[in-house]
Design a protein around this ligand. Sequence first.
Ligand code: AMP
Ligand code: ZN
Length: 115
Amino acid sequence: MDDCIFCKIINGQIPSEKVYEDDEILAFKDIKPSAPIHILVIPKKHISTLMEINEEDMYLMEKIMKAIHKIAKQQGIEKSGFRLIASCGPDSGQEVMHIHFHLLAGKKMGPKIVA
Ligand code: AMP
Ligand code: ZN
């Protein structure tokens, strides 16, 4: 998608600090981190919201979870833990309309998830 900021990161038009990449998944550091480790994990295919994932793209969710396992080990947080957040639609405050999972780690987090 031409005007999508994450598609521009995927095709290199906008720089990013990549932490993981394969043929269909990309992970990079969030530009405004909310935790010492704040990584965004995205499919390279442009899908605007979690509700737009169709049956034939569902395998990407499995690939994302496998990537998250690898990233957790690479970052050394597989035992200490992390929080995974994905927003969908207006009430969630989703700002970038290209699905993404926030991987947050590196500090003890409280029970409250939302701001
Ligand atoms: P959301 O509110 O769930 O849509 O989250 C969008 C996230 O994208 C925010 O945490 C932003 O800080 C992050 N973000 C926006 N632009 C960039 C960028 N160019 N590089 C890295 N992260 C970005
Ligand atoms: Zn996109």
